[in-house]
Design a protein around this ligand. Structure first.
Ligand code: UDX
Length: 441
């Protein structure tokens, strides 16, 4: 089977490389010639654990081909996966420009029967529109099947998620196309569900909205825990043991970010609005998350008052560990707020510094390691729970900082460990720990 994947972003590149790992030969097309040139040279365009090695292997085995030429990519393809971005419009709706461009290019170049499979997250009804567009543009003797095949890959563990997902959703009214995809995915031994196209499109949005809801829910409970003297870690553990609730996505913190949850929750609110259903619950989820992004700086101000001139170490910039992605990261809000307060910021992240630098330039300083960031700092804010950060010895905060004061937005340390140190420690949904060290301020 000749497979083409459109797009070299997270979803496109992971899909291409993992299909190659399954033994297929895949052509990966993008309109960005610089990205394609870099990939042809064997250098990944995204940071994802394990990806670089798989890229090199599959290029060497000649299973993976990169191109910007739509004729090469589409003319003889049997199966085309569309994995282009659907970014956010200013009103929160999904921007389908790249998707339309891809469909136009496909329709202009296909020369044989083909299955087109949409992996991009698209509003319900979009695949029907793709089918109409293709029908209008291609000769009637060509049989083109349209399938919605949403992805559930998490950045940082995307390769593992591809091979060991919880389910594979195939949304189509075309039984033959469904059978081809079932056969393609069969070696993964993951449960496959075949649904109608619109339901598949909705499964993607509803999954992300539900996970975002769990996060905002636990963050609200955390806020109440702080007021009533309960501990969110114990509470989350206690409720997560109930199998009906489940323990995942119950980690309180400074909110979700990334390329999916913020965009997809807003798009679903818009989608609901367009069919005259105000999605009040999801609007509240988004509102709570926006508030969480401001929490660390609010707590810092509460702890030390004026932040102007204070040396602040910001530990973690990526929206979550094991990625260099800063899209909608809480660190962006934190940095903007700290700049407004005229704080003196030094930031550290194992992977995302270059991305932050492209926005904040030399408005802030960048540290090579945690030690350098903490040196003579008045306070430290933890925004991402990288292993390097969670495993960093607490004694070093005491030794390096001017004032050992940590605002931990990701609850990286246990309160029992903190108690053994002279550190003032303010986390999320747990009692603050004020130590004698505060007397040194
Ligand atoms: C998400 C979905 O999980 C994935 O299925 C979809 O295809 C793309 O969007 P991703 O954005 O990579 O994946 O990250 P994920 O691991 O889901 O985390 C999203 C955000 O939620 C992160 O900012 C993370 O810090 C936050 N989060 C997650 C919490 O604050 N608490 C939790 O308990 C879990």
């Amino acid at each position: 089977m000749r497979i083409t994947v459109v797009g070299t972003g997270y979803v496109g590149l992971i899909t291409s490389i993992c299909l190659c790992e399954m033994g297929h030969t895949v052509t990966n097309i993008d309109i960005d010639d610089k990205r394609i040139a870099q990939l042809k040279n064997g250098r990944s365009v995204i940071y994802e654990p394990g990806l670089q090695q798989l890229l090199e292997n599959n290029l060497k085995e000649r299973r993976l081909l990169f191109t910007i030429d739509p004729r090469i990519a589409y003319a003889q393809a049997d199966l085309i996966f569309i994995a282009v971005g659907t970014p956010e419009n200013p009103d929160g709706t999904a921007n389908l420009e790249y998707l339309q461009e891809a469909v136009y290019a496909i329709a202009s170049h296909i020369e044989k029967d083909v299955i087109i499979c949409t992996k991009s997250t698209v509003p319900v009804g979009t695949n029907e529109k793709i089918a109409e567009m293709i029908k209008d543009m291609t000769p009637s003797h060509l049989n083109v099947s349209i399938v919605s095949n949403p992805e559930f890959l998490r950045e940082g563990s995307a390769i593992n998620d591809f091979f060991h997902g919880d389910r594979i959703v195939i949304g189509t009214e075309d039984e033959k196309a469904a059978a081809v995809l079932q056969e393609l995915y069969a070696p993964l031994k993951t449960e496959i569900m075949v649904t109608d196209t619109r339901s598949a499109e909705m499964i993607k949005y509803a999954s992300n909205a539900f996970l975002a809801t769990k996060i905002s829910f636990i963050n609200e409970i955390a806020a109440i825990c702080e007021k009533v003297g309960a501990d969110i870690s114990q509470v989350a553990n206690g409720i997560g043991k109930d199998k009906r609730i489940g323990s995942s996505f119950l980690k309180a913190g400074i909110g979700y970010g990334g390329s999916c949850f913020p965009k997809d929750t807003k798009a679903l609110v818009q989608l609901a609005g367009h069919v005259d259903h105000p999605f009040e619950l999801l609007e509240a989820v988004i509102g709570v998350n926006n508030r969480q992004h401001t929490l660390a700086v609010a707590k810092a101000k509460e702890a030390v008052g004026e932040l102007a001139g204070k040396r602040i170490a910001l530990l973690g910039l990526a929206f979550k560990p094991n990625t260099d992605d800063i899209r909608e990261a809480p660190s962006l809000t934190i940095l903007k707020m700290l700049m407004e307060e005229n704080a003196d910021v030094i930031a550290f992240d194992p992977a995302a510094v270059l991305n932050i630098q492209s926005i904040f330039g030399n408005e802030i300083q960048y540290a090579e390691n945690i030690n350098e960031a903490l040196k003579d700092a008045d306070l430290a804010i933890i925004a991402t729970e990288w292993d390097q950060i969670t495993q960093f010895p607490l004694v070093q905060y005491e030794e390096l900082m001017k004032t050992p004061l940590i605002i931990d937005g990701r609850n990286c340390y246990s309160l029992s460990d903190i108690e053994r140190h002279s550190i003032t420690y303010i986390s999320v949904g747990r009692s603050p720990h004020a130590q004698s060290a505060i007397a040194r301020v």
